[in-house]
Ligand binder design. Sequence first.
Ligand SMILES: NC(=O)NCCC[C@H](N)C(=O)O
Length: 408
Amino acid sequence: MDLRVSSETGLLKGVITHTPGPEVSLVSPETKDQLLFDDIIYELDARNEHLDMLQVMRTALPELQILEVRNLITETLENPDARAYLADSLVRNQRDGNLAPVRAQIAELDAQELAAFAIEGSTPSIPSVELLPTPNLLFTRDLAAIVNDVIVVSKAAKTARIRESLMMDTVVTFHPMYEEIRKNAIFISGEDSIEGGDILVVRDDLVLIGMSERTTFSGLMHAARQLMDKGINQVLIIDIPKKRSSMHLDTIFTFSNYNECVVFPPAIIDRKDNVVSLVKSNGSIITELKPNLKYALEEALGHEVTFIKCGGDDPTAQQREQWSDGANTFALAPGVIIGYERNVNTFREMEKHGYKIVAGKDFVKNYSDGSFDISTCGKMVITFEGHELCRGRGGARCMTQPFSRMVD
Ligand SMILES: NC(=O)NCCC[C@H](N)C(=O)O
């Protein structure tokens, strides 16, 4: 399968996910804040909610290839060079613990053990080391972003997510799946950071990058410059509030269709002069301030774009539903999205824009015979329960990293 993503909504062909595992049960009330969770979550329910999401995707798209990132990591680590590479990068980059004395022991772990050590933070083979787990692996979106045939490998801003970046870097560097696009990989170094939730691929020539709590200006400029060298014509930089609740652009802004977006009004509609356009011209980059995101998008795309309000018109509902990822929808195809069932005001708003709201459980039951046709179903939101998942502060888009989509 071709690794290529040139839109936010084109028919989904391949996606990387991570069904929560033992790492989430290692989060304690004392470590949860440091680990970027707003509560301790119950592994079994979180897993079942995640599996329900996957079942919705499989029912809607029987051909969809869903890859679990833990399997990719383990497969990668079958290669001894990959094990040595990850061991070295853990020693160099792990900020909360000195791993240098156990570097050789880490490199000697087998693939399963090393994957478990990196994800859960400990292994019986190295009893002297106990690191914090990586419960945010569930939010695979933030590990990397494929833009056409280029992959931007994230460099996490927060210590709690650094190991995820190192694992993804190792996968991209060694896993055979990335052989074709490895030469196009963009890595961010030094103190800069960029996370996949801030990167939205609108069209094969247009990318949005959020300047957020997680993505630094120099990190995004580094990525933007290289994306432009590799064929992207325009990058829109969107300055967003540097807040926990909106830690990435995709927590306040996602595409539900090629011409429709779900947006958190205070941070998108009510903001002015928060967008800068970068366009490459004769080897240099022309920058231009745009009055707002809607203007900038419509100008770049050459067609109207409708902004659908997360939470509807009521400011409290907007805040509540942004908090529970109402604006973090994930498109399976143009106009067909999935999202947490609890964001009822957002979905009521989407109904006004012609979307049919379908509960995931009914959807899976009704179409268990494989009869769903995504190309003729019309605009639709398929919901799934995420009461445990959303307490990690991420929704459907955060939990999915597409690696292949059809062009819109
Ligand atoms: N793209 C996203 O917005 N991902 C959600 C990340 C949530 C995670 N607990 C974090 O704070 O990094």
